[in-house]
Design a protein around this ligand. Structure first.
Ligand SMILES: *[C@@H]1O[C@H](CO)[C@@H](O)[C@H](O)[C@H]1NC(C)=O
Ligand SMILES: *[C@@H]1O[C@H](CO)[C@@H](O)[C@H](O)[C@H]1NC(C)=O
Ligand SMILES: *[C@@H]1O[C@H](CO)[C@@H](O)[C@H](O)[C@H]1NC(C)=O
Ligand SMILES: *[C@@H]1O[C@H](CO)[C@@H](O)[C@H](O)[C@H]1NC(C)=O
Ligand SMILES: *[C@@H]1O[C@H](CO)[C@@H](O)[C@H](O)[C@H]1NC(C)=O
Length: 678
């Protein structure tokens, strides 16, 4: 598994209260509106529209890297009015872009799956930070020719909001090459190729790209929204998402939607030997399923039935732009000052219009764009599943010291999980994995691109209505945590178990691992300000760090065994087994030593790792500030009864990093100072 970019997190159920509580109303949670910031436009002098082209390139290596560089050069060479924004966190991208100049910007602030695939919905939100007249999405390997700019200049003058799609051509061989600044195509001998000749070669090729993910999407920014619906978390470049935007835009009717495939010349080199095979097969195959699953899940009926073959088409005949209705052949020509109107059948009297009309008909009959039908592409019926086992996930995500962060979650805590995941992303903690307690959270996590697994030993009949605190069901649920920790320790990985209601101010792993093997460090549930922190039943099993060593494994075996026969949740087992009943194994004020296994239990400082009752921190006017002063690593949102209250406390304290209304991490809305090239 090539998981160089794993950046996700997981969650976990708070040791005590999770499953039992009922769903809270998500609409009560805050949502953020992205600020409309104006990003500086370098060297803008001309009167043409300012165009920003967005894409998310793959790594800049090998032949795919070369193809991407040519494509980007072709965009920048079109006009100084073009700016390019690359969404990427890949280390190979920044060193490769130096030669492109200041009109190229790299923005890493979007969400990615743990395999590094970018999320389309978070890219769409980021586009709003880059103010321009026209926004365009282009596949990173698609080359644009000069008629792109002339068409956009025409469209810019229309007094209406619009959105268009255009399909690039698939070309197997391009005999010419693009010069260094992207402004000229040249022959082998260095002689310039005329634009017209180039366009004829490209457009003479009848092969369209049949892939939704390759469509060019462009819209002007006069003020109307693109569509009304909320974008599902589609993966970029994997198909379905462009059709979704088109059909939502059509049904929302804020804009005139049309197809510009016949006027905008674009192509990509498709050579069978160089096709990246992970696109269709292999471990990333599930990503396709993810998008079609989302389409089925969140697509309107309009979307499911969308048949784009009736879409108006933009054509250029005898130097005039016109829109035709492909079913009726009706032509709506635009002279100066004409508005885009509905496409109606018209009669043309003039000889000139007959010529134009004949031209349109010829174009229409000469080639048919193989429009994607969404039929058979959307499948929500099949169960989503990951091709990754726990073993392969651990191998892929563990850090250099074989340490992982384990979060455990059920569906009722999905938003808290996401907030926790967003926090991990902010802290750049990528070695986390999520243990899904039910099928719903498993599928939810897959769709959010998180590294998640299920386990057959987890209780299967968890029902949120019947799994109350103290019930047998509840006890079984809490016990799966220590069993899973033990299983992972035995595979040779150190585990930091963190409930998802533990907010991380900073990464505690360096500190926790510094205690060394044969020491299990755990949060103390002691709420008193002074006195020992290792008193009976004060060990919190919702946040602890366990080394993968003989003593720890042996001690965890004892805990799991004890919990299995105990009528209580697992938390008392932790204390009673490790520190002895009544604290008989206590050592000093903050330790215990389990005599049989020699495992030391280190209770973490309550100032650095406060629980939810300590010093009334959660009630402070500014919790972050209070914790900052203490030097907190984390704070646990426990010692509160009821999931709704817990959630409210989390949100109102400002420690909430997920925006439910857009399904993304809040930090994506922030204007970043780390944009390169700006
Ligand atoms: C395919 O890859 C090879 C080796 O990387 C490269 O030499 C060749 O130019 C590529 N062909 C195309 C059409 O990109
Ligand atoms: C879409 O509509 C066209 C004509 O309007 C029709 O010929 C075609 O069969 C339709 N395609 C699908 C997939 O329904
Ligand atoms: C791994 O352990 C070494 C030595 O304790 C430490 O310096 C390093 O920062 C650790 N790496 C990570 C990713 O925590
Ligand atoms: C624990 O430590 C004692 C004394 O250092 C030693 O005799 C014993 O073998 C150790 N037990 C384990 C399980 O390592
Ligand atoms: C709380 O304090 C932090 C750190 O001093 C500060 O950045 C933040 O703006 C404060 N929040 C509020 C709501 O005052």
């Amino acid at each position: 598994m090539k998981a160089s970019q794993m950046g996700l997190v997981s969650i976990w159920l708070s040791g005590l209260m999770l499953i039992a509580l009922s769903l809270y109303a998500t609409q009560k949670l805050p949502s953020v509106k992205p600020p409309l910031l104006i990003h500086r436009w370098p060297n803008h002098r001309s009167s043409g529209p300012r165009i920003t082209i967005f894409t998310a390139p793959g790594p800049f290596s090998g032949s795919a890297g070369d193809r991407q560089k040519v494509a980007i050069r072709s965009w920048l060479g079109l006009s100084t009015d073009v700016r390019v924004v690359l969404f990427s966190q890949d280390a190979s991208v920044v060193p490769s872009i130096g030669s492109f100049g200041s009109r190229l910007i790299v923005d890493p602030n979007i969400d990615f799956t743990f395999l590094g695939t970018p999320f389309f919905h978070s890219m769409m939100v980021r586009t709003r930070l880059f103010k321009s007249d026209i926004s365009v999405f282009v596949d990173p390997e698609t080359i644009l020719l000069a008629d792109f700019i002339s068409s956009l200049s025409f469209l810019h003058r229309l007094h209406r909001d619009w959105l268009f799609v255009a399909s690039p051509r698939k070309v197997s061989h391009m005999p010419f090459h693009l010069n260094d600044d992207g402004t000229q195509w040249q022959r082998e001998n260095g002689k310039r190729v005329r634009t017209k000749e180039l366009q004829e070669i490209v457009n003479g090729n009848l092969q369209w790209s049949p892939h939704d993910g390759k469509l060019i999407l462009a819209w002007n920014n006069k003020g109307s929204p693109l569509h009304d619906g909320i974008l599902p978390p589609f993966l970029y470049g994997k198909g379905i998402h462009n059709s979704w935007v088109m059909s939502e835009a059509m049904s929302s009717q804020h804009r005139f939607v049309f197809d510009a495939s016949w006027t905008i010349s674009s192509f990509f080199i498709d050579h069978p030997e160089n096709r990246s095979n992970d696109l269709i097969n292999g471990e990333r195959g599930w990503e396709y399923d993810g998008n079609s699953h989302l389409g089925a899940l969140y697509g309107s009926s309009y979307f499911r039935e969308a048949n784009f073959s009736g879409l108006a088409r933009l054509l250029r005949c005898y130097n005039r732009y016109l829109f035709i209705d492909p079913t009726s052949y009706a032509v709506n020509p635009f002279g100066q000052g004409h508005e885009v109107g509905l496409l109606k059948r018209r009669s043309f009297h003039s000889w000139r219009m007959k010529k134009v009309s004949a031209c349109a008909a010829r174009i229409k009959s000469s080639e048919n764009l193989p429009y994607l039908s969404l039929k058979n592409q959307l499948k929500a019926s099949t169960k989503l599943s990951f091709p990754f086992s726990l073993e392969s996930l651990l191998l892929g995500i563990a850090d250099e010291n074989k340490t992982i962060v384990l979060a455990v979650a059920g569906y009722s805590y999905k938003d808290m999980l996401m907030s926790w995941v967003c926090r991990m992303r902010i802290l750049k903690v990528t070695n986390f994995v999520i243990y899904a307690l039910d099928q719903d959270i498993y599928e939810f996590s897959i769709l959010q691109g998180l590294p998640v697994f299920q386990d057959s030993s987890a209780p299967s009949e968890i029902s949120f209505d019947n799994c109350h605190f103290g019930s047998e069901c509840f006890q079984r649920v809490t016990k799966v945590k220590s069993r899973m920790v033990l299983k992972i320790l035995k595979q040779g990985y150190n585990v930091l178990l963190s409930d998802v209601d533990v907010y991380w101010f900073k990464n505690p792993i360096p500190l926790l691992s510094s205690f060394g093997p044969s020491v299990l460090s755990a949060q103390s549930d002691e709420y008193n300000k002074i006195g020992p922190i290792n008193m009976p039943r004060r060990l919190n099993s919702g946040f602890y760090f366990a080394f993968s060593d003989g003593s720890t494994v042996a001690a965890m075996e004892k805990v799991v065994k004890h919990a299995a026969t105990s009528g209580l949740s697992e938390q008392p087992s932790f204390y009673d087994v490790l520190c002895g009943e009544g604290g008989s194994n206590r050592l000093g004020d903050d330790k215990c030593i389990e005599p049989e296994t020699n495992l030391t239990i280190h209770f973490l400082s309550r100032d650095l790792f406060p629980n939810g009752a300590y010093e009334g921190l959660w009630e402070k006017r500014n919790l972050s500030e209070a914790c900052l002063e203490k030097g907190c690593f984390v704070i646990h949102n426990n010692w509160i009864s009821g999931r709704r209250k817990k959630l409210q406390r989390h949100v109102s304290s400002g420690l909430w990093d997920y925006d439910i209304s857009t399904r993304m991490c809040k930090h994506n809305f922030e204007h970043s100072h780390h944009l390169l090239g700006s």
